[in-house]
Design a protein around this ligand. Structure first.
Ligand SMILES: Cc1cc2nc3c(=O)[nH]c(=O)nc-3n(C[C@H](O)[C@H](O)[C@H](O)COP(=O)(O)OP(=O)(O)OC[C@H]3O[C@@H](n4cnc5c(N)ncnc54)[C@H](O)[C@@H]3O)c2cc1C
Length: 337
């Protein structure tokens, strides 16, 4: 049977996979990258496929699905290869008595994908705990050691790696703290779950357990039996505007280095698309998660074309209501809306 991106991504849509490689060590990753770069073949690097939607025609070129598994804890420094499962790293560091990653528990995907969109949750973002990365430059064929200043973090879910096939993240080093107390908890719902004041701390293992429980209640932990989790996470990015239109004056707002950031989930819900919306729209194969308005979910049998049609419907409804055009947060390959 032909392997498709529906088999490799968490939204479970997408057509045939070209030539798939699954390198299990970093030397294998580097050898492959050098070979593909030399041959000039189109390349798609992927991890867990949890932030990726590929078109129904698939990707005809080379696909490298990272599976490199080197992992090392040296004092407060933690180095993991791009193919290590993200949550395994979080779990191992919490068990080793290190604080820093606990709020990022339960995020799907692999280590290499984390800096690409500077993943974040419950008030922590990856760049706050990153020390350095090994990056393969496909233009020069060189492996380089990068510090944070080169990564282009700073704005919501941004980095120089995003939608840029020049650089491949090969491994990541985190600087954590040996401590029995977590980072300060600034996220209200998490503080409430832990029964502490906002800004207070708790044991990292307790924070991890509370985060996993909260995520599960929101359909943000992968579960093959739960269609609310058949998604690419947050499908739309929170828009950052120089000026907020009058029609959106009631929208909560946050300052961002580029302007004012608005929560896309609020815009979607206030435009009339409630959680769960979509079951009786179109052919009903795609709907908003019943627990999270930002997640477009595959209810079973969806194609990428169905997802794109639904995404355009939501985007246009938000634009008609507020005059604000929202765009994708996840990476779209050979598809658009
Ligand atoms: C249920 C659910 C919940 C989620 N919750 C969150 C959340 O709380 N916070 C959050 O920030 N995100 C969340 N996400 C999104 C997603 O899990 C993260 O963005 C994750 O880091 C993606 O990693 P991945 O390995 O799956 O990347 P993939 O989806 O495989 O790839 C994503 C992009 O990164 C590129 N890429 C992957 N690996 C590399 C590499 N080694 N070098 C260069 N480029 C690479 C790919 O080419 C692609 O463009 C969620 C997703 C789902 C499905």
């Amino acid at each position: 049977m032909t392997l498709t991106f529906a088999d490799l991504t968490t939204m479970r849509v997408g057509g045939p996979v070209g030539r798939l490689h699954v390198p299990e060590t970093t030397p294998q990753v580097l050898e492959l990258l050098r070979q593909v770069t030399g041959d000039g073949d189109p390349l798609l690097v992927m991890g867990g496929g949890s932030n990726l939607v590929v078109g129904d025609d698939g990707w005809p070129g080379v696909v490298i699905k990272m599976a490199s598994s080197e992992f090392d804890i040296d004092g407060e420094l933690v180095r993991a290869a791009a193919g290590v499962v993200w949550d395994d790293v979080v779990d191992a560091t919490v068990r080793a008595g290190l604080a820093g990653l606990e709020a990022l528990s339960g995020i799907p995907g692999l280590v290499g994908g984390a800096p690409v969109q500077n993943v974040g949750a419950f008030g922590t973002v990856t760049s706050e705990v990153l020390e350095s990365l090994s990056v393969f430059d496909r233009q020069t064929g060189q492996l380089e050691r990068w510090t944070l200043d080169r990564c282009g973090f700073g704005s919501h879910r941004q980095s120089v790696f995003k939608r840029n096939d020049r650089w491949v993240v090969v491994d990541v080093t985190f600087r954590l703290r040996r401590s029995d107390q977590s980072r300060p908890i600034d996220y209200v719902d998490l503080a409430r779950a832990l029964e502490i004041e906002v800004g207070g701390t708790a044991a990292p293992a307790e924070v991890r357990a509370a985060v996993l429980a909260l995520r599960r209640s929101r359909g943000m932990i992968l579960d093959e039996h739960d269609h609310d989790t058949w998604s690419a996470g947050s499908f739309f990015v929170n828009p950052v505007l120089a000026e907020v239109p009058k029609r959106a004056r009631d929208c909560p707002r946050y300052s961002d280095v580029r302007g004012t950031k608005l929560p896309a989930a609020w815009l979607i819900e206030q435009a009339g698309f409630r959680r769960g919306y979509g079951h009786d729209w179109g052919n009903g194969t795609v709907a908003l998660s019943s627990r999270h308005a930002l997640a477009l979910t595959n209810r079973g049998g969806a194609t990428t074309a169905d997802v794109m049609k639904f995404a355009a419907h939501i985007r246009d409804g938000v634009e008609a209501c507020f005059g604000i055009r929202i765009g994708p947060e996840c990476d779209l390959i050979n598809c658009s809306f």
